[in-house]
Each structure stands twice: as structure tokens, then as C-alpha cells.
Design a protein around this ligand. Structure first.
Ligand SMILES: Nc1ncnc2c1ncn2[C@@H]1O[C@H](COP(=O)(O)OP(=O)(O)OP(=O)(O)O)[C@@H](O)[C@H]1O
Ligand SMILES: [Mg+2]
Length: 354
């Protein structure tokens, strides 16, 4: 029989890696329960999205397992209330440095999905807008983050304008309908102004979008990336390691090979590719399909990456018009297109669902 006191005594020495004091002394261990050979630990974190969760888990696990008979250890985290944080601050004294909140979109959304492409103009933003609308129509709470800080197009495509309000140090995203929230650099910059980002500023702007937007309890956060494998994609990959990625391509061989490069880049990060969407797959006239940009490029890319081909979207005037008028085709009464985007959303819900 494992003694809870023995476990508590073993845990009493484990220190917070940032505050350099034992968790127990800081009243951060909320609960310890012992069931047979299993130990459950509830730990209070000072800030959400603590980057040291893995280290803390392994330190606590190791300490608990040093007690004879302990086999399984599971560590759960919750976040301190403002009051608890104030108490901790008082305990640490005035000179102590409390960790700064480092939030991540993963704290606000069940799934974070980046939409990427190798080259420009293949329809990433169009896909993001339509997929987002279709997911929202299916009852999901959806956030759209336009991370294309040079060529932002999401606000226009989903018909949202205005300037986001601030609440404390956070920005409140713009609301579209009941289920959708939107954030874009486009809300802050005059469309006719040239934008010149210098490296560090770009990094800062993207990070701010990732940490300082107050999304509300999302099912999906879709991030519309700029084309290619540039800085923005790398920054996001590091900030949201749990994110998934969908590659958009046209059927053309050159387009699919650059799209493959994007997917390859994810091997250097923790992003997981969940599927390919082929856009501009064909043009349909009187029921017959014309494969203007070639055929099955998306299918071959999906096979190469060993992921699902999530959809083949036709080249259709209604899709372009929907984006131009702020009412994506996914929401229109164009039956075959709204059905197609609904099926795409259903596939995304299924693939990689956690
Ligand atoms: N399936 C489609 N049918 C008709 N028009 C489309 C389709 N997909 C995209 N378009 C149009 O093609 C243009 C480029 O699309 P979009 O802006 O979505 O591409 P992108 O990959 O986001 O481009 P960028 O690399 O510049 O961000 C837009 O005018 C859009 O309306
Ligand atoms: Mg775009």
C-alpha cells in the first residue's frame, strides 16, 4: 500500500523551475491522491500556456516514482486565479520576478489548423474563409486568424470590417455571426498604405497576434498563412507546436511540388500535416469537367505525404464572387458548393480529431 504521506514528502522537494522554490512551499500543489499504485497530482500554474509543463511533469513524476510501489503518475494542471497569484506574489516578496503570461492559441482553441501553400494565389485564403464558414455553420465555434500580414484578405472575404477593441493587454477579435471570430492586420492598416515589415517587427506582430488575442473558447482556430515557408510560418510553428497543417495546392505539378516543400518544412517543426486540399481542380460546363490546371495533382501530393485528400474544389465564378462580396460560397444558396464545403468541414472534423 502506497502511503500518501510518503508521496507528499517526496514531492515536497520538487522545485518550480522558474521560481526556484518547492511547489509545496508555494502552495502550488493543490491535491495529491493515491489509488493503488497510481498517484494523481493537481498542480496550480501561475500562467496559462506555461512552456515548462513537460519539465514540471517529468520532475513530479520522477519524485513520486521514487516512493516504493508507485507505478503510474498523472499530473493535471490548472491556472491560478488572480487572487491566488497575488498571494503567491506576497509570499515571494517584492523582488521576485513572476513569470510573464505567455499565452498560446492552443489555450483558446481545441484545434489549431494552419492553412499553407507553397506558392501564392492558389486559394489559401479562399479555402480558409470557406472552410471556416462551413465549420461554423456546422455548429463549431471558429476563429480565423489572418497571419498574412502583407497580403491580408480574410476581413474582406468574410465581410468583416472595423477596429478591434482592447481589453487590458488583449485584443478582442471581431465577431462574424454567432460562431465566428476574426483577427487580421487588415483591421489596423489602411488598405492603401504600403506595408514594410522589418524582421524583428514582423516577428513581434505575429507573436502579438498569437498571444494577445482573446479568442473565446474556440473549437477551431484556422490560421491563414502567407505563401511559402517564410518567417511567419516558422514563428507560428514554434509558438503553437500542437498545431495541425493543411496544404492547399492547385493540380499543377509545379504547384504540388512546392506545396510538398511546405509539408517537408513541417518535419523540422512539430506541426502535423493532416491533409491536402486541391483548389481550382476543374471547371465544369454543362456537366462536363475541364481540367484546366491538370489532373490529380492534389491526390498525388496527398499520397506522397501519406495524408488524406480532404477535398477537390472546382474553379467557380460563385467562389470568386463570394470572396469579393464578403459572403463565402460555403454560406450561399449555391447548393453544390455549400454541400462541397460542408463535406470538407465534416472531413476536417474527422481527420486528426482529438
Ligand atoms: N476555386 C476558386 N474558384 C474561383 N476563384 C477562386 C477559387 N479559389 C480562389 N479563387 C480566386 O483566386 C484569387 C486568389 O485566391 P486567394 O486570395 O484565396 O489565394 P491565396 O493563396 O490566399 O493568395 P495569396 O498567396 O496572395 O495569399 C482570388 O481572387 C480568389 O477569389
Ligand atoms: Mg491569401
Amino acid at each position: 500500500m502506497v502511503s500518501r504521506d510518503a508521496v507528499l514528502s517526496a514531492l515536497s522537494k520538487v522545485e518550480d523551475p522558474e521560481l526556484k522554490k518547492p511547489f509545496a512551499e508555494l502552495d502550488m500543489i493543490q491535491e495529491v491522491t493515491v489509488e493503488g499504485d497510481s498517484v494523481h497530482i493537481d498542480l496550480l500554474l501561475t500562467v496559462p500556456g506555461c512552456p515548462l509543463k513537460d519539465k514540471i511533469t517529468s520532475d513530479l513524476t520522477e519524485a513520486a516514482q521514487s516512493v516504493e510501489g508507485v507505478e503510474k503518475v498523472d499530473v493535471k494542471f490548472s491556472v491560478m486565479t488572480d487572487e491566488q497569484r497575488e498571494r503567491l506574489k506576497a509570499k515571494l516578496g517584492h523582488t521576485a520576478q513572476m513569470p510573464k503570461p505567455s499565452r498560446s492559441p492552443g489555450d483558446y482553441a481545441r484545434r489549431v489548423i494552419c492553412i499553407a501553400s507553397g506558392k501564392g494565389g492558389v486559394g489559401k485564403s479562399t479555402v480558409t474563409a470557406n472552410l471556416g464558414c462551413a465549420l461554423a455553420r456546422r455548429g463549431n465555434r471558429v476563429g480565423l486568424l489572418d497571419a498574412d500580414v502583407y497580403g491580408f484578405s480574410i476581413p474582406h472575404m468574410v465581410g468583416v470590417s472595423g477596429r478591434p477593441m482592447a481589453e487590458g493587454d488583449q485584443l478582442i477579435p471581431m465577431q462574424r455571426g454567432e460562431n465566428m471570430q476574426v483577427m487580421s492586420m487588415g483591421f489596423f492598416i489602411d488598405e492603401n498604405e504600403p506595408i514594410i515589415w522589418r524582421g524583428p517587427l514582423l516577428h513581434k506582430a505575429i507573436n502579438q497576434f498569437l498571444t494577445d488575442v482573446k479568442w473565446e473558447n474556440l473549437d477551431y482556430l484556422l490560421i491563414d498563412l502567407p505563401p511559402g515557408t517564410g518567417d511567419v510560418t516558422i514563428t507560428i510553428a514554434h509558438a503553437v507546436p500542437s498545431a495541425e497543417l493543411i496544404v492547399v495546392t492547385t493540380p499543377q505539378v509545379t504547384a504540388t511540388s512546392v506545396a510538398g516543400r511546405v509539408a517537408k518544412m513541417t518535419e523540422k517543426t512539430d506541426l502535423s500535416v493532416i491533409g491536402v486540399i486541391e483548389n481550382m481542380a476543374y471547371y465544369e460546363v454543362n456537366g462536363s469537367k475541364d481540367y484546366i490546371f491538370g489532373k490529380e495533382g492534389g491526390k498525388h501530393l496527398a499520397e506522397r505525404l501519406e495524408v488524406a485528400l480532404l477535398g477537390e474544389i472546382p474553379l467557380d465564378t460563385a467562389i470568386r464572387e463570394g470572396s469579393d462580396t464578403g459572403r463565402p460560397a460555403a454560406l450561399s444558396d449555391h447548393a453544390s458548393l455549400s454541400k462541397l464545403f460542408d463535406a470538407l468541414a465534416a472531413d476536417v472534423e474527422k481527420v486528426g480529431a482529438r
